[in-house]
Design a protein. Sequence first.
Length: 455
Amino acid sequence: MTSSGHHLLPTSATNILIQPLISTEETIIQNKKWNKEEKKLWTITLFFGAMCLFSVRTIMSVCALEISKEFNYDKNQMATLLSSFFYGYPVTQVPGGLISDKIGGDIVIFYAAIIWSFMTFFLPYVTILSSDKYTILSLITFFRCLTGGFQGFHYPGTSSLVSKKIIESERAFSFSFITSGQHLGTLFCGMFASLVLEKYGWRYTFQMIGIMCLVWAIYYRNYVLLKSRAKLNILNAKESILNSEDPILPSQNSNNVPWRDLLTKPSFWSLIIAHVCQNNAYYMLLTWLPTYFQENYPGSKGWIFNVVPWLISMPSTIFAGWLADKLIARRQSVTFVRKMTAFISLCGSGFFLVLISQSNSYSNALFLMACTVACCGFHNAGIMVNPQDLAPKYAGSVFGVMNTIGALPGFIGVKFSGYVLETTKSWSIVFNQTAGLCFFGFAIYFLFGTGKKII
């Protein structure tokens, strides 16, 4: 009895009354995750989205030599064509992550895809605006820069989406499967785009890729996005009613990223460094691989050397994700699994790049190049997933920062490789310095990297 004569409700009784309300909110939160069928639909659709993404990204690698021949560009100007995409790509990574974390990566992915698809389709038309080759170079560079900028929204949006919709023990495989579509895109460009290039020229090649991407974006909106959003709106409405009627329920935490805490963590910076070093190798292969084979083995077929390495990389990426999730399910620490995949990715790539620099046989070079690209596939199950480990609530924003800095090799590394090739005519120097950075990146990540939540 209290002094006022009223009976206090026992704590146990209070908990009993509150429990159904909390359970209802937990049910709503759980329902926001993808169920089995939804996960299957989304992962397959985003897989083909990644294919379209990289078809657009790599189309210049396939067409750059023909464009250079038509307008009489040298290696440095060709390097500008190859790296122009990456002038815009880093700029939108952080905004893409922040916007995705706030309004949803699914929406960001769609609107960005519509724009970069249209820009790819219309790029060939910029060449009719001038007869001066330098002006044409500037126009193509500008268009590709904008294309890269809008593509920069895609992976932060995907990372944010996956971290919110898929449980931790299934993320590596799902994310690896989704991103393995990028290898199919590179493969598609290497095979079909090369055939279109040979028969119809580079202009029709760009337009074919642009139309394909627009078809994907329309399908994504009509059959995946709208259906998912309808369900989410209902759940959000229920959650709003629940929170307004029952203020005793826990309120949502702020969506503001604790940047100061994040930027003082060595594990975050080790992630950045490892990502930069791996991307330097990947972008070098992505942009210069066709030129390497064309110059060193002139009789080789483009549809072979543009296809074989990427044909191997897709299953290796999917396998890496499956292996990572399997090890975590068997109670291996997330930190161990991320470092193991980083070792295969960085040290494996570096090892095979050193061997390529010593190769003087077409078949050996092709085999070693395939092994290098296969090792790169493990990056998607390790370092690429790590932002979701370090900051599950802010995965899109953290991924955006990581990929902003990680995109720098896309133009600095590619331009530097072009400069080295122009001045030394040595592919060995390019391969060896790239391998050295891979080894350095793993050493830093091994010392400071983690799979634990830091913010």
